[in-house]
Design a protein around this ligand. Structure first.
Ligand SMILES: [Zn+2]
Length: 457
């Protein structure tokens, strides 16, 4: 395993050198590259996938933006026909993820991850080794731009506080990059905060990576001096980094946090450069269209309702104009002193998941329960979607869309004991079956909803 991991890291470092050259391209050269790469992907998809042959029939000569949009529902429904590899079948992948060997490669060669996503429907994604190098290189680019100089001659200890569930991409990426140059301490964001603090104090990481909500908690711990680390680089991933959290982190560590925007489907999608003028889209890896509800492009300065992504390196599961429900905004001022040709995003909204507060056992202070605690329990539930909502009276509503064989009594027990284990008084739990997870006005179906932001059931 260690040998394979080192070989992967070497491949990623080689890819990093190539991507650095792209950073010096002119916008014209980038556009020409995108056209070529998209055409190649489209030809591959139509040749190798029965689904795309129908989906794109008669459209091969049309521009990318005239192709139909691929939703997650359609992707999951036609997965086996979209897959370009006969040995990659959804039912087998699902079995693999649910089994004891979920942390291993599927069939000895495929990297598989699942995501609950923000639309409330579970997605399964798969990459071969060559694609996985692109996935790792895309996240590595964020480190590279920030100036983290890990490599064969430089050991940079890193701590990642996020999911350690092997079916989550962040966990899998972490396992892949762990090497003697980038020794990675992985801490589950659902662990007790005092325990997280103790482990970070012992590790003294130079690079700290976490969800925005976790960075906020850790910054508070640092300011009260329970946490005593001095990371040179702080990265916020997966969630919206608010100005308040940014400021708090800067105060705690004097290192301004770098924002990274990614998704399981696309891997790294955008990141801050060292000027912090916004996040540059990784346009040589993914073509990102920012659109309204009707898939019409929105201008800079306006939030879109969705993004459509064309993942230029996707081959096993080609993603062409794949719809994600993220709401992002292009910066009106597209100038950045760094000279990279990639366009700038200045905001991502609506990806928050609430951390919930519960009364503490034995009158102790109210523990804050991170979203991941619920993910641990809910990830294995066989349902088309789920949502946990904390109501004003404190009880939890668990909504399940089209559940299959769910033992509600066992689920209630698991949720309540997960909360008790965090020092919380377990609330009443009400499990309901719904046709669809309720959406916010923006079309989001958040997985975890606190009382103040609750959407009407
Ligand atoms: Zn820049």
């Amino acid at each position: 395993m260690a040998v394979r991991s080192s070989a992967l890291v070497l491949a990623v470092l080689a890819r990093r050198r190539v991507l650095r050259r792209h950073d010096r391209w002119t916008p014209e050269r980038l556009a020409a590259y995108q056209d070529r790469a998209a055409a190649e992907l489209r030809r591959w998809a139509v040749r190798r996938s029965a689904f795309y042959r129908r989906f794109h029939a008669g459209l091969l000569d049309r521009p990318l933006v005239e192709l139909p949009v691929l939703t997650k529902a359609v992707l999951m429904e036609h997965f086996d026909e979209i897959s370009t590899r006969p040995d990659v079948r959804l039912a087998d992948l699902e079995r693999h993820l649910a089994g004891p060997g979920a942390a291993e490669l599927f069939g000895g060669r495929w990297f598989v991850c699942a995501t609950a996503g923000t639309t409330g429907r579970r997605g399964v994604f798969v990459w071969d080794r060559r694609e996985w190098v692109e996935v790792l290189a895309s996240y590595n680019r964020a480190f590279d731009w920030a100036g983290v100089a890990a490599g064969p001659t430089r050991r940079v200890p890193m701590a990642v506080v996020s999911s350690t569930n092997p079916s989550h991409q962040s966990a899998r990426v972490g396992a892949s990059v762990h090497s003697r140059w980038l020794p990675t301490l992985r801490i589950d964001a659902g662990d007790d905060i005092a325990d997280i603090v103790a482990r970070l104090n012992a590790a003294q990481p130079q690079v700290l990576v976490g969800y925005a909500s976790m960075l906020r908690l850790l910054a508070e711990e640092q300011l009260t001096e329970r946490l005593r680390i001095a990371p040179r680089f702080v990265f916020s991933a997966s969630e919206v980094l608010t100005d308040a959290t940014r400021a708090l982190a800067a105060q705690a560590w004097t290192a301004r946090p770098f924002n990274v925007y990614g998704a399981t489907e696309t891997s790294g999608l955008a990141a801050d450069c060292d000027r912090h003028a916004g996040m540059h889209l990784f346009e040589d890896l993914v073509i990102t269209e920012i659109v309204d509800e009707h898939h019409r492009p929105v201008p800079p300065g306006t939030f879109g309702a969705k993004v459509l992504v064309t993942v230029l390196f996707s081959r096993t599961l080609p993603l062409i104009r794949y719809e994600m429900s993220d709401s992002v905004r292009r910066a009106t001022d597209q100038r950045c002193g760094c000279g990279k040709p990639y366009r700038l995003l200045d905001a991502v909204q609506g990806r928050e998941q609430d951390a919930l507060r519960f009364p503490g056992l034995d009158g102790a202070a109210a523990p804050v329960v991170q979203p991941i605690v619920f993910h641990h329990v809910m990830d294995d539930i066989a349902a088309a979607g789920w949502q946990i909502a904390q109501r004003d009276d404190g009880h939890l509503d668990v909504l399940l869309a089209h559940p299959r064989e769910v033992d509600t009594e066992a689920l209630t027990t698991r949720l309540r004991s997960a909360l008790t284990a965090r020092g919380a008084v377990a609330p009443a739990v009400r499990i309901q079956t719904v046709n669809a997870i309720p959406r916010t006005p923006l079309g989001k179906a958040p997985l975890i909803v606190g009382p103040t932001t609750s959407i009407p059931p």
